[in-house]
Design a protein around this ligand. Structure first.
Ligand code: DP6
Length: 334
């Protein structure tokens, strides 16, 4: 008998070609295509249980009732599930993260991918991976990519309104031979001071550099696809690093500036440059926070981790590899 209580697991992803900025806030349609690697660390587990007896949605995050913006975003997503399914029941959502929430470590990507998969199943929606990716995007654009394992490209789609919504989703990128390590430098795991949502809104509205970065993203993506097909770690790393630094440049030029990079971030970047000078291919990418993710060959991961910890004393490292796509946990709730 089908159950209305479903649990899903999803992993975060790190973009090698970044998404930054939306052209439709309500439908969460990104301005640029992006490309990412789904990780095998820091999963999020989310259970959605339809709760007809309750008058309102219940949302807990790591065992604590959610309030404010995090709750509002989950409830808005449940409203979307109700609209798509034609059902009206409130739901109880329980989310467990294994990574600090809101620290620029992609918790919204794993969080909304898990919520999309568990929520669609609980509300009886039968969606294929493309439709699940489109749905997850409505919660957080980066979540569209965590539906898929390993490498994925998220399309910005064309046009506006329903056409843009339809065209904007991720799809897997078939590069089975490319299997790098990503050494995550946990520079600071506290919550960020400005949410990525607010920061990108301000960047798009005020940064004179944003248009130039967005215009160069298409060439970065084309170069990245070719480098991935060749399995060329150095080229993948160089393109990812320039794309990320360019994104941060757009934020630094916003009015007022958004600066996520801290002194410890820069110390890690210096450590990465030293590694390269010593002949170790290592390349950095940063998201909406001070933490650094260093792309390298798996055989160099221990050395890269040690160099990062030496460059930024007190900073822990976690080594990730390509990870699985979002999925329902097998029958556990039936
Ligand atoms: C810097 O997907 O968290 O990590 O769509 O507003 O929820 P919303 O933003 P989010 O932004 C991620 C931005 C980024 C780059 C990336 O993952 O592509």
């Amino acid at each position: 008998m089908p159950s209305d209580r479903r649990t899903a697991v999803a992993h975060p992803n790190i973009a090698l070609i970044k998404y930054w900025g939306k052209r439709d806030e309500r439908l969460a349609v990104p301005n640029v295509d992006s490309l990412s690697m789904t990780l095998d660390v820091f999963p999020t587990t989310t259970t959605v249980r339809l709760d007809p007896a309750s008058g309102t949605d219940g949302v807990t995050l790591d065992g604590t009732p959610a309030a404010g913006e995090p709750r509002r975003r989950v409830v808005a997503f449940l409203d979307l599930l109700r609209e798509l399914s034609g059902r009206a029941e409130p739901a109880a959502v329980d989310t467990r993260n294994t990574v600090p929430t809101g620290a620029g470590l992609a918790s919204s990507a794993s969080g909304f991918a898990a919520l999309a998969v568990a929520g669609a199943a609980a509300y009886g929606l039968d969606l294929d991976p493309t439709a699940l990716s489109r749905l997850a995007r409505r919660g957080s654009v980066s979540a569209a990519r965590s539906i898929f394992a390993a490498f994925a490209v998220c399309h910005a789609g064309r046009g506006s309104g329903a056409a843009a919504d339809l065209g904007s989703h991720a799809e897997p990128l078939d590069v089975p031979e490319f299997d790098p390590a990503l050494v995550i430098a946990l520079v600071d795991t506290g919550p960020k001071t400005v949410s990525s949502r607010a920061a990108m809104r301000r960047t798009v509205a005020t940064s004179p550099l944003y248009g130039a970065w967005a215009a160069s993203a298409g060439a970065d993506l084309a170069d990245m696809r070719a480098a991935l097909r060749r399995g060329d770690l150095a080229a993948v790393g160089e393109i990812a690093e320039r794309n990320s630094l360019g994104m941060h440049a757009t934020m630094l030029a916003a009015r007022p500036a958004v600066r996520y990079l801290s002194p410890a971030t820069l110390a890690v970047l210096d450590g990465v440059l030293r590694l390269r000078r010593d002949g170790v291919p290592a390349y950095a990418t940063m998201d909406a926070g001070p933490n650094v993710k260093v792309l390298c060959h798996p055989r160099d991961a221990a050395r890269v981790g040690a160099a990062v910890r030496e460059a930024a004393p007190g900073c822990a490292t976690v080594t990730a590899r390509r990870g699985p796509g979002a999925r329902l946990t097998a029958g556990a709730d039936r």
